[in-house]
Design a protein. Structure first.
Lengths: 527, 264
């Protein structure tokens, strides 16, 4: 017994001493031009810092930091110049001519020329699996500062693609570029300990304003550990979520960023039909009355306060707050009206409180991915909401390995949101004249507006066409239209930020809770 | 002794039956009553979706017990089959089976569990299959050696010389001898299977998160422990430990009972 107690005391002492020294060493690093930022483990780039394989340009778009891009998106998601100084689109939209600045140098001292730009895009076209480059035929450098993109089809949002692709140097590009990136961006990759941390250092020869923050340390960790890192003052910015947002951490303030990171549900618009072993469509949601009733029976406000503790804003489309948002998407919560719509459509309430029509029971599942408590909460609350209008919805957890196929016939809780109108195209435009990719839907008018928007050479006209694709006064994807997807909320991105650190105004974050925050880390400041 | 066993079995049955009736309640979400600490209305508190943890725990433990019964039974049957075939078969078969047992025992259980569970489709079926296929080894080895010992004993050899068939020998002399081992083994497999079911579910390779299994409850609670919601982990954990101890106790009781009977 006595021996045991002795052991216990020893262990406790070791742990205590261990903790203490750990904190002290970390504190020394935190000087006034350094920030330590935590990020989810999934934010670590799998293929390194290579734009060709998705760095900055993959599913979760953000600025590549180490490289620079031709264009950038501004805080209100308009297009602005970075490396480019001017651009010109031909009348038919088939060639884009871009002139670039002449004072940009790679960090190895070589000048960044139009050759490098052309090389980057041609390499992307050949290798990129994360971004769509099928609209590009080839890129060509006419002289040192002019590059011409020859397109295979008109693509008006090409400038948004050009705002994502970091330019790589042709002279040092090899297959392991991702691990030893050389770029012309604001920062240089100093150290990368895989699975742990990334250290970025300011580029002294950067062509624009010199970064105020000289060193950025990014630590990859789970959400609980990220919170612990803030509590033990080992980080300056710790990402967190609605689950932990109510905890107060001494010397830290909660910082919330509005995002495009939406959660929405697909409602297949076709009756069920089997093809190649996959069921496409759903007999219940194929009735437009059901889809319209769901959209207004969904109480977005209460869902946000229940599931997300209030850290989100209601969403009515996939692109709220963007220049291509159609304001007619917005709807009001109205239970009565939802019931009337269903009554009028012939869905009568049965003995068990669930509606029926021609022997079809108004029942379906809602799918959510595992280990995502927010989406699980949304699915559960969705079921509670739908019970009130006599729909029987069953939540079901499915892994991503089968979720895409199942979503063709059952609604799934999705998360989307990117800084480009192409998001609309991916969700609503049909593929090869059949259904849209993620959920069966086809509307010729919607398709044609989007095709036209892509062909347009003027970005303002394109915005209007994107809006018309959503609702043109007669048809579209809004409540009055076909409503093939229901959008619920835009999740706020939350961070614990150490007092004294001033984070510059963020542009609306896209889907993904990672690198976006660092888009403007060069302008952050310590007080 | 007997009274005690009956009592324990009664308690376990009560868990299963209670769990059966909680099926509906365990899934009800009520966001107006989320994160309530234990009180009279919610003896185990509620979770972040306002689900009643008391019902969820009962439901979870009953699922666990059912999975435990099924997979322990299948395991025991595999063990008896392999043990007997190994003891009575020819030398090659014996070598193969002994090698198989060693091989299975050499592999870390949890790895094999994960692989089989994923291959069989991450469902109750997958969990039962994976546990059954990994837990038969030690019992099979025990049965094999018991039978080998029996085969060499005088009274069996005399019976054989008297012209009794192999089947007669097996039925009359062998089965009564190995039955106590099998029952004890079966019961002692229980706690193992329940714990393993919970652990692979906890790791995310077992049951799906819409089934309120104990492993799911525990892994869900991990996220909220930091926020001070201790009841999410403590109560399901305690119930799990309690049930495992009950099984262990039955096993011990049986062992003692047979020891007394056989006068060891």
């Amino acid at each position: 017994m006595r021996k045991n107690v002795f052991c216990l005391v020893c262990i406790l002492l070791i742990v205590l001493v261990g903790c203490k020294t750990n904190v002290e060493t970390k504190k020394n690093i935190a000087k006034k031009d350094t920030v330590v930022v935590t990020m989810p483990v999934t934010s670590e780039p799998e293929y390194g810092f290579n734009p060709v394989y998705g760095w900055g340009a993959g599913e979760h778009t953000h600025e590549p930091l180490i490289q620079s891009t031709l264009f950038i998106t501004t805080n209100d998601l308009q297009i602005d110049y970075d490396l480019a100084t001017d651009y010109f689109v031909s009348e038919d939209g088939m060639t884009w001519t871009v002139t670039i600045r002449e004072d940009a140098y790679f960090t190895d001292g070589e000048k960044l020329t139009a050759e490098d730009v052309a090389f980057t895009y041609n390499t992307c076209k050949q290798n990129s699996s994360v971004n769509d480059f099928t609209m590009l035929d080839y890129a060509e450098a006419i002289d040192e500062k002019t590059v011409v993109f020859h397109m295979t089809r008109p693509f008006s949002v090409w400038s948004y693609t050009m705002a994502l692709v970091g330019i790589v140097p042709e002279h040092v590009y090899t297959s392991d570029y991702g691990e030893n990136p050389v770029g012309s961006g604001k920062y240089i990759l100093k150290q990368w300990d895989k699975g742990q941390q990334v250290i970025l250092e300011a580029n002294a020869n950067y062509y624009d304003n010199a970064p105020k923050i000289k060193t950025v340390i990014v630590l990859f960790m789970e959400e609980e550990i990220s919170l612990a890192a803030a509590q033990s003052e080992q980080s300056d910015v710790s990402y967190t979520s609605a689950t932990y947002a109510d905890i107060s951490v001494a010397d830290y303030e909660l910082y919330s960023v509005i995002s495009l990171d939406n959660r929405g549900i697909n409602l297949p618009t076709q009756p069920a039909e089997q093809k190649d072993g996959i069921v496409y469509g759903n007999d219940v949601t194929s009735d437009i009355a059901i889809r319209r009733a769901i959209n207004i029976a969904l109480n977005r406000e209460s869902m946000i306060s229940n599931v997300l503790n209030g850290y989100a804003s209601p969403a009515y489309s996939i692109c709220d707050n963007t220049p291509w948002y159609q304001k007619d998407s917005e709807v009001q919560y109205n239970l009565e009206q939802a019931n009337t719509i269903l009554d009028d459509a012939g869905w009568t309430i049965g003995d068990d409180g669930i509606r029926n029509k021609n022997d079809i029971r108004a029942a379906f599942s809602i799918l959510y991915p595992p280990s995502d408590s927010i989406r699980q909460g949304i699915a559960e609350e969705f079921c509670n909401n739908m019970k009130q209008i006599g729909l029987e919805v069953t939540p079901e957890c499915v892994g991503w390995d089968i979720a895409y196929d199942l979503a063709q016939s059952q609604p799934l809780v999705w998360g989307w949101g990117a800084h480009t109108p192409m998001e609309l195209y991916n969700i609503y435009h049909s593929q090869n004249g059949e259904y849209a990719r993620y959920s069966p839907y086809y509307n010729e008018t919607v398709d044609s507006y989007m095709d036209e928007a892509l062909k347009s050479t003027d970005i303002e006209t394109a915005y209007t066409l994107w809006q018309k694709a959503q609702w043109n006064g007669a048809t579209g994807i809004t409540q009055k239209g076909d409503i093939p997807w229901i959008w619920i909320c835009n999740v706020d991105h939350l961070y614990f930020v150490k007092q004294g650190l001033i984070i510059s105004e963020q542009k609306i974050h896209p889907h993904g809770h990672g690198w976006s925050l660092l888009n403007n880390v060069d302008t952050w400041e310590w007080q | 002794m007997k009274k005690r066993i009956i009592w324990i079995i009664f308690v376990l049955c009560a868990f299963v039956i209670a769990g059966y009736f909680c099926k509906e309640y365990a899934l009800v979400t009520d966001f107006t009553n989320k994160n309530i600490s234990p009180c009279i209305r919610y003896p185990f508190g509620t979770d972040w979706m306002g689900r009643n943890l008391f019902f969820r725990t009962l439901r979870g433990i009953s699922i666990s017990i059912l999975i435990g019964v099924t997979s322990a039974s299948i395991s025991t049957m595999i063990a008896i089959l392999f043990g007997t075939v190994s003891a009575f078969g020819n030398k090659e078969i014996d070598t193969i089976i002994v090698w198989l047992i060693d091989f299975m025992m050499g592999l870390p259980h949890i790895l094999l569990l994960i692989v089989v569970s994923i291959a069989a489709g991450r469902d109750i079926k997958g969990v039962i299959l994976s546990i059954s296929l990994t837990h038969w080894t030690s019992l099979a080895r025990l049965i094999r050696s018991e039978l080998l010992q029996l085969k060499a004993s005088t009274y069996i050899q005399v019976a054989e010389k008297l012209g009794k068939s192999k089947f007669y020998l097996f039925q009359k002399h062998m089965i009564p001898h190995i039955l106590p081992q099998c029952i004890t083994g079966w019961i002692l497999l229980f706690p193992h299977t329940i714990l393993h079911e919970s652990s692979i579910t906890f790791l995310g390779f077992g049951l799906k998160s819409n089934q309120p299994a104990i492993g799911i409850l525990l892994s869900e609670s991990m996220q909220y422990i930091v926020t001070g919601r201790w009841w999410l982990a403590v109560f399901p954990g305690c119930v799990l430990v309690f049930v495992v101890l009950l099984f262990y106790d039955i096993g011990k009781c049986f062992q003692k009972y047979y020891e007394q009977k056989s006068g060891v």
